[in-house]
Ligand binder design. Structure first.
Ligand code: SUG
Length: 416
């Protein structure tokens, strides 16, 4: 049994659009009403996956969920002529951000020695609240091997749960027992706090985590108010390293001390407000990066290209590299289509520490699968979508057919 971190990226769906549905997500709000480019968006995502694969890392994927979700519109008795926000919600390609698909506790952390996954209910945002049934179906297929995985239904909708975006794991190595840190929000000024403390506690209990190796930490209300609607917009962890903005947590010193008490090897790489403001960190998505351990055991930070656009952010990156800390490489990637909806490199992936041999191989990426994906996307994904196109029958046919072509190419008839 060889445990490895597998990054499962969400393939950007053919209905990718900018409808401005996420209050508190400043990028999504700023781009509301603009034309989107689903084909380019999906190709950017595939290129990111290819990059990580070329670095020798295990890569998997989720396929887009069925959109428009007419079943949901029907369930909520939406009037499609007047309820434009709900129609846009039914068309959203938001399942691409698979950091919100589920919370994952790898086998070394759980009482029964299996990897546990709880699908996120995403109840705070209506357009995301209908993702979970189809995401659950996909998780059950990917991780069907019950000897190694337990896939759980969502926590009750009383408590908002946004999945791995509000969860960090510290461990001496991916395959070693870890400390799981759940970050919840209480308030966020004018914006909703999406992760409820109790949702995190329910997940920890259901996963059978050892209370001595779990922490619940409050996200800073100031960060939420500044646009950090998920913790992964201001912090990311990998193995012994926590990379965080000074203002990520409500009680910064208390958070570091609590983590260190349970995980003494902790190495904090902190970005001070005086060097990169919270606003600059959120605009550039410096922290919404993939912090990866490369095969040579060095760590690399895969950041959005937008980090190069802000000199305060890029200068900090260069100083950090020169400083000989634990992060040895910075790799900018172009995921601009996703970024414009508030989703950076880290939002686009769900990390699962598992033996790749125990995962349904149809969800693992190799060169030929990536080639096949690119072909289908180039042939069938719409080049451009204007928000006013949402709801049109001809576009619904195009996006439905595009998804069907992908499922066909990937031999996934169960998801049709
Ligand atoms: O939930 N954007 C997503 C972005 C999610 C980013 N994920 C993480 N940080 N892990 C969200 O706000 C915008 C969709 C729209 O407005 O149409 C959106 O849902």
């Amino acid at each position: 049994m060889t445990l490895a971190e597998i990054n499962f990226d969400g393939i950007v769906g053919p209905s990718h659009n900018y409808a401005g549905l996420s209050l508190g997500n400043l990028a999504a709000t700023a781009h509301a009403g603009e034309a989107s480019y689903p084909r380019a968006a999906a190709l950017q995502g595939i290129a990111k996956m290819r990059g990580n694969m070329a670095r020798g890392l295990a890569q998997g994927f989720f396929v887009p969920l069925p959109r428009p979700n007419l079943r949901w519109l029907n369930d909520i008795a939406a009037d499609t002529a007047t309820d434009t926000g709900l129609v846009a919600g039914a068309w959203s390609a938001s399942s691409m951000w698979t950091a919100n698909a589920a919370t994952v506790s790898p086998a070394p952390d759980t009482a029964d020695g299996r990897c546990h996954l709880t699908v996120a209910n995403l109840v705070t945002m209506p357009h995301r609240s209908h993702e979970w049934p189809d995401t659950l179906a996909q998780l059950q297929l990917m991780f069907a091997d019950a000897a190694h995985f337990a896939v759980h239904r969502p926590v009750p909708p009383t408590f908002g749960d946004e999945g791995a975006a509000n969860h960090m794991r510290l461990a001496s190595a991916h395959g070693a027992p870890g400390l799981e840190v759940f970050v919840y929000g209480k308030t966020g000024g004018p914006f909703p706090a999406r992760q409820h403390d109790q949702a995190s506690r329910i997940v920890a209990r259901k996963h059978g985590l050892d209370p001595d190796r779990v922490l619940f930490i409050e996200q800073s209300p100031e960060a939420i108010a500044a646009g950090a609607f998920h913790n992964d917009v201001v912090a990311v962890a990998n193995e012994r390293v926590l990379f965080a903005h000074e203002k990520a947590f409500a009680d910064r010193d208390g958070a570091y001390a609590a983590i260190r008490a349970k995980f003494p090897e902790l190495e904090v790489v902190e970005v001070p407000e005086a060097e990169v403001s919270l606003a600059a960190a959120i605009a550039s998505y410096l922290f919404n990066a993939q912090l990866l351990t490369l095969p040579d055991a060095t760590m690399a930070l895969v950041v959005p290209e937008e980090c190069r656009d802000d000199p305060t952010v890029w200068d900090w990156c260069e100083r950090m590299l020169a400083g000989n800390g634990p992060i040895r490489h910075i790799i900018p990637v172009d995921v601009r289509q996703s970024m414009a909806n508030g989703g950076g490199p880290a939002c686009l992936r769900l990390r699962v520490v598992a033996d790749p041999a125990t995962v349904d191989p149809r969800f693992l990426l190799g060169e030929s699968t990536a080639d096949a994906m690119e072909k289908v996307v180039s042939r069938t994904w719409p080049e451009q979508i204007d928000p006013s196109d949402l709801g049109k029958t001809s576009l619904a046919t195009t996006v439905t057919d595009a998804r069907a072509a992908l499922l066909d190419a990937l031999s996934l008839p169960e998801l049709a």
